[in-house]
Design a protein. Sequence first.
Length: 212
Amino acid sequence: MPSRILLVRHGETEWSASGRHTGRTDIPLTEEGREMGRRLGDRLKREPWGGLPDAQIRTSPLLRARETCELAGFGARAVDCPDLLEWDYGQYEGRTGPDIRASDRPGWLIWRDGVPGGETLAEVSARVDRFIDWTAEHGGVPDPDTTTMHSADNDVVVFAHGHLLRILTARWLGLPPEYAQRLKLGPATLSVLTWEYGARAVELWNDGSHLA
């Protein structure tokens, strides 16, 4: 089995359902969000995943990610990772894009214009780069002659947030963090980062088939 990083965005919250930027505000899942987490867990218990018994589990410390992790059945194995916290949106915390563009900054785009009083995109990118470096230290070595890794038991499952995971994926592919704008990601979806002939690749993206 190839070495993989499985990415799970947390389930629905009241703020995510209404499009409000949710950075460090620690709010719980809605009941729908909890059901999303349980359905994801049911999927990962079945083949080809088989419960991922040898995977390392890392989660954002924030409640919505932690709760999704627990409902999916991985809470007892999970380790909090501060580098997986969502983007700190500063003064735009809790606000929607349309509200910001109407009231503060016409044409505002977070990927280009950033957020006042919060993290820069470069700072978030530096955090995900650290996390990717950690996975390299704890994973196998890519074999350029195959699509797999030398070590078979080093999958990592990540429970985190929409913008953070999109930036992580862009950086996994060696792209600038701004590329994350092009990677839409729904709540409680499953994505898989892996290798293709020794190069970093995306095997699965934004898959919510377990939510249907």
